[in-house]
Design a protein around this ligand. Structure first.
Ligand SMILES: Nc1ncnc2c1ncn2[C@@H]1O[C@H](COP(=O)(O)OP(=O)(O)OP(=O)(O)O)[C@@H](O)[C@H]1O
Ligand SMILES: [Mg+2]
Length: 143
């Protein structure tokens, strides 16, 4: 098992830091380009949700990103915030569900994660925070 954990400020500029970190940690596995793009997309959606919804863009708050890779090439990503929490974790995975009704938010982040990940669990408590646990099995690397 290979593991990492990073903590960063709830600033949207750090979305790219999270994407890049995930890509870098995957490098020894020699993943396909699609696998890298999809893992980066998963983490970007999770991190932006933590910052925007969990913390209301309060840069004094911190987002935790954990990643582990097991022998069988299963990658687990955990994105955690200690923000406002989600009342009904079932409804947020539905396409177009959003509590921010502006043009920038289509309500597709959780749906995208659900589509790209092999498993996707949301653990959340109102007033305590939210943890997203996602796994993805990478293809066997040939050659
Ligand atoms: N970390 C979080 N803390 C609190 N609420 C959250 C969190 N993540 C998601 N939510 C809630 O779930 C809803 C759906 O999230 P989702 O990512 O699917 O859509 P969105 O962020 O509103 O729009 P988009 O991701 O398309 O920009 C959000 O509008 C918000 O109400
Ligand atoms: Mg979102």
């Amino acid at each position: 098992m290979n593991e990492m954990e990073i903590t960063f400020s709830a600033l949207l500029v750090n979305e790219n830091f999270a994407r890049t970190s995930v890509g870098a940690f995957l490098t020894p596995l020699n993943p396909t380009i699609d696998e890298v793009i999809e893992m980066k997309t998963i983490v970007a959606e999770a991190v932006s949700n933590a910052i925007i919804h969990g913390y209301n863009n309060n840069e004094n708050c911190k987002v935790v990103l954990k990643m582990s890779i097991s022998e069988d090439r299963t990658v687990q990503l955990i994105v955690k915030d200690f923000g406002k929490g989600i009342e009904n974790v079932e409804e947020v995975k539905a396409p177009f569900y959003t509590t921010l009704k502006d043009l920038e938010h289509a309500g597709m982040g959780m749906t995208i994660i659900d589509t790209l990940a092999d498993s996707f669990e949301i653990v959340s408590e109102v007033g305590i925070g939210t943890k997203l646990i996602m796994t993805r099995q990478l293809k066997e690397h040939l050659g």
